[in-house]
Design a protein around this ligand. Structure first.
Ligand SMILES: *Cc1c(COP(=O)(O)O)cnc(C)c1O
Length: 291
């Protein structure tokens, strides 16, 4: 793959007195630097799937997402880089989606064929009759689930945990489907624990999904992890004045603009938990910059 992925991704210390006064060290795991077109956890979740698709002789990938899905865009880029055709099944009305937003425009420019389906069909996308109709229409294709989270994706993310062994007591990550957390915790050492921050409302239901994914990928629950669902700021791609203030201040202090949909919510959670005093002095936290 050109350029080759930057692995292991860099781990850099961030000097911040708001954590320093609690004796806490923050390290940023810069997965956002892994690849310019497949950044962050999208590279980690896709690469074993891409190998499986190629090994089984598929020349087409088919997957699902909303109009702002990073996963759709990453799948389109992977298809272009590896010479695979890609089909994106997009939730929502095509007319309402035109002109296409930046994310879908980039996917289409990478050659992804976009197929819009209404919300009720989208909800039933894994039902055999809906899926079979899609495959009949578009031909034999390797199917990736919404968000790309399947057993191979979780196994790919276990490498992220292994890269962090011995480097931190606590690892934090934002959760969409939770596939990244499911995999990462399987790669951590026994003395390490992970905290996931759901960016969608109703994050409590996520726990079962993560556990199920761990069962499929690793044969059982793995690692010491929990979710803290207080930091979704109203739901997916929503924000609050508090989150905006946090981001502005973070950028002014560190010159980094955190991804608003995921990473900013996780960082806001980490700083809040530190203020709540839950990290004993001496704790090193590795925060995954997942995109
Ligand atoms: C897709 C994405 C996530 C969500 O990952 P899950 O494995 O679905 O939990 C987190 N951060 C960024 C930047 C993403 O693009």
């Amino acid at each position: 793959m050109r350029p080759p992925p930057l692995l292991p991704s860099p781990l850099t210390e961030l000097d911040d007195e708001r954590l320093g006064r609690h004796g806490v060290t923050l390290l940023l795991k810069r997965d956002d630097l892994i690849h310019p077109d497949l950044p962050g956890n999208k590279y980690r979740k896709l690469h074993l799937n891409l190998r499986a698709a190629a090994d089984a002789g598929y020349d087409t990938l088919l997957t699902f997402g909303g109009a702002y899905s990073n996963h759709l865009r990453a799948t389109a880029a992977a298809g272009r880089l590896l010479g695979l055709a890609t089909i994106g099944v997009v939730r929502g009305d095509e007319l309402a989606a035109r002109p296409l937003n930046d994310s879908l425009t980039r996917a289409a420019d990478d050659g992804m064929r976009l197929h819009f389906v209404d919300r009720s069909t989208y909800r039933r996308k894994t039902d055999p009759e809906v899926l079979d109709a899609l495959l009949e229409r578009f031909g034999y294709a390797y199917v990736l689930p919404e968000g790309g989270s399947n057993a191979l994706a979780a196994q790919g993310c276990a490498e992220l945990g292994r890269e962090l062994r011995g480097r931190a007591e606590v690892v934090t990550v934002a959760c969409g489907t939770g596939g990244t957390l499911a995999g990462l915790t399987a790669g951590l050492g026994p003395e390490q624990r992970a905290i996931g921050f759901p960016v969608l409302k109703g994050g409590r239901f996520l726990e079962d999904g993560i556990q199920q994914l761990q069962e499929e990928a690793f044969g059982g629950r793995r690692g010491d992890w929990r979710l803290d669902d207080r930091f979704h700021h109203g739901g997916y791609a929503r924000s609050t004045p508090e989150l905006e203030d946090f981001c502005e201040d973070f950028t002014a202090r560190h010159g980094l603009v955190p991804d608003r949909v995921y990473v900013a919510k996780m960082l806001h959670g980490v700083f809040t938990l530190a203020d709540e005093g839950i990290f004993p002095p001496g704790t090193r936290i590795a925060a995954v910059v997942s995109g």
